[in-house]
Design a binder for this molecule. Sequence first.
Ligand SMILES: [Zn+2]
Length: 440
Amino acid sequence: MKSMKKNKEWPSLRFARMNVESAEEVSQFILWLCGWLPATDPLADDDREPMDSEDLLEHLWGWSGAPKMRMAKLLWQQLVGNNSESYFDQQFSSNPAYLVPEITPSIGQLIPIQQNLRWILEARMEREREDALIGQGSWGEDFWLPRDQAAYLRQQIRRASPDLIEEKSLYEDSMEYTSFPYFELDSDEADRTYVGTVDEEFRAFVEIVDSHGNRWPLKFPRSPYKVEPGTGFFWGYGGHGPYNLALAILADAVGGDYELSDELRSGFLKQVLMETPQADRLQISRAEVMAWLETKGVSAVQLKEAAARVAKLRDSNQQKIAEFTLRMETIHKKGGLVAQRFDIVPADFECALYLDLMQNLERTGWVLRCSHCKQALACPRTPTGNRQRARWLAGSPVYHEDCFAKHRLAHKRAYWQKRTETSGFRDSERLRAQKRRRVS
Ligand SMILES: [Zn+2]
């Protein structure tokens, strides 16, 4: 088989051919469903290919609406034996070091699920060959599955329910890329303080508090609508959250100017924010920030220039910012942005597998047998798929993409082993090399 355009694998078929007794493989499967596998995985989707409608669903929807992510969640919930939403939010981790031990004790549950799925796919693969022999399908009637297998599949998919599902946007998606050329101040009181707290789920929240106890969540710098105000920050280490917090605090302290804040943010991060332990409450007064700026040699003249830059930007952006503010208020009045779509919602992981198989059989129709692992291989109704099916029906080998690579490697190894064992092989190789030298 020539390697064609990368074929995305159907989750049900991938599940059918993996080793479900290995917690490592199952955890890899969960991460693959979430789209979190590194690109070195031969089955991982190729980033360079344009996003199709399925990718878009996975990209835009979360745990309850993206079919693959939802399947990952259902599988994890079944294996850890807990269906609560908050337990999932707190405990689910993409780190195999946590994931593998969590699912190890109950991994045996997957064996009968895989056996049943293989039993159905087996029938489908056999049927494929028989149907071609008797000419079934040529008149538009696809005989799909024998009676028992059809009954089992029917029972599984009937546990799902059609629904109009919805998800709230995380913050306000339509505003996410709105950028501001300066930091808009909520309070210009000189005595204000930046206060960061961490909740029991280890999420940080940063506020500006003035001397009267008024509070404003600290806005995300540059694109204040990217995340909910007060969030997206952290301290105690040198990552993304602390880096944004350094910029937001400095910009707020100097009156909104990014030019000066950008210059000093790395120093502020290292000398101030990284010094407060992650688990501790963060509290820095604006006066302390200004004192730190002084130690960095920031002069009163520089601060005046910064203020002038902000005043100029505020003037030229006034109308734009008024529009953003109005749009945001309208969104909030309407109760926030919500996405809705029709979907068939699976009852549990096994049900999700059969919904996937249902769509697979409906769209690709054919299921061939891989010559390497002997498991099912989807075959789309495209010219390439037609040729592949014809090869298979004629008895030629067909492979999963990764199986093809393994097959080729094994084939090469066997060939060289055989050749090196044969007496006279080395002599003939020497002769060939001599000939080559003479020619060149
Ligand atoms: Zn295979």
